[in-house]
Design a binder for this molecule. Structure first.
Ligand SMILES: NC(=O)c1ccc[n+]([C@@H]2O[C@H](COP(=O)([O-])OP(=O)(O)OC[C@H]3O[C@@H](n4cnc5c(N)ncnc54)[C@H](O)[C@@H]3O)[C@@H](O)[C@H]2O)c1
Length: 265
């Protein structure tokens, strides 16, 4: 049984009740953690509706009948701005778990060869460098020498996924490299840094890429498990990686993709 009682987790990149961040946050709370959420300023009022309105009560039900999802704090923080990261952490004196569930490219539908320099660098800043910046800002609050940092990546970091444009493939490769580098630096303080490489899932961000349902169906057909992943499968892996059960795992990329990444033609 995964027990995160007494731990405080900051889950970044939650915008609605669909994305991976929402499911990870709920699962960590169900395992006993106190949850702090952070979202992009432009989605704060949308997220507040999911957290407060009666009609979304069902989506706030925690897994394993553990009650209702209730984050202790919600911060608006644009992770491309160091000043916003700094002021967010002024209000977080203690932290055990940092979840990075953020990605953005302004040219996500533009093929890699056509991406502008500006969009490529924005994708890197929001989707990769923010893991470094958030980890650095989190370190003083991670007073227990057993913290966990977790980011979310995608197979396009290591294989050619032609439709995954806007510089996002490079951003995911950088994210994975950064996680390995951070595992060394944060490991000296006793903290672990890991990545989940998730299979395709119809979140808001994924729908911006294009025909995500086709991507999901095609990946499912070719996967050993012959089915798409669910967001709770990613959340369960996240809860494990952030728990003491994974105390010997750091610098790792774990695929939660029905096994799709092992396949050849
Ligand atoms: N959905 C998929 O198929 C899939 C597959 C593999 C990995 N991932 C990764 O999972 C993570 C979560 O994505 P998701 O699919 O759940 O979609 P999502 O839309 O729920 O999450 C992306 C989040 O990034 C936030 N964001 C964008 N720019 C930001 C900024 N400057 N500052 C703060 N927040 C910002 C958005 O507001 C949103 O909440 C991302 O890293 C994504 O690349 C997704």
């Amino acid at each position: 049984m995964i027990n995160l009682s007494g731990k405080i987790a900051l889950v970044t990149g939650v915008a609605d009740n669909i994305g991976f961040g929402w499911h990870i946050a709920k699962t960590l709370q169900a395992a006993g953690a106190e949850i702090i959420l952070s979202c992009h300023p432009r989605v704060q009022s949308i997220l507040e509706r999911y957290l407060e309105k009666e009609r979304y009560l069902e989506t706030r039900e925690l897994p394993f009948n553990k009650g209702e999802f209730k984050p202790s704090k919600l911060f608006a923080c644009d992770v491309s701005l160091d000043s916003e990261i700094t002021s967010c952490f002024k209000h977080i004196p203690k932290l055990d778990i940092l979840i990075h569930s953020v990605a953005f490219s302004p040219e996500i539908t533009r093929q890699h060869i056509d991406v502008s320099r500006e969009a490529y660098l924005t994708a890197m800043s929001v989707s990769s460098y923010s893991l470094v910046a958030l980890s650095r800002a989190a370190l003083p609050a991670m007073q227990n020498r057993s913290g966990a940092v977790l980011g979310l990546s995608y197979l396009a970091s290591e294989r050619v996924v032609p439709y995954y444009g806007g510089g996002m493939a490079s951003a995911k490769a950088a994210l994975e490299c950064d996680a390995r580098m951070l595992s060394w630096f944060m490991g000296q303080e006793g903290h672990r840094v890991n990545i989940i490489s998730a299979g395709p899932y119809a979140s808001r961000a994924a729908k911006a890429i294009g025909p995500v349902e086709t991507m999901i169906d095609e990946a499912a057909k070719r996967s050993p498990l012959k089915r798409p992943i669910t967001p709770y499968e990613v959340a369960h892996a996240a809860a494990f990686l952030c728990s003491d059960l994974a105390s010997g795992i750091t610098g790792e990329i774990i695929h939660v993709d029905s096994g799709y990444h092992v396949m050849g033609v």
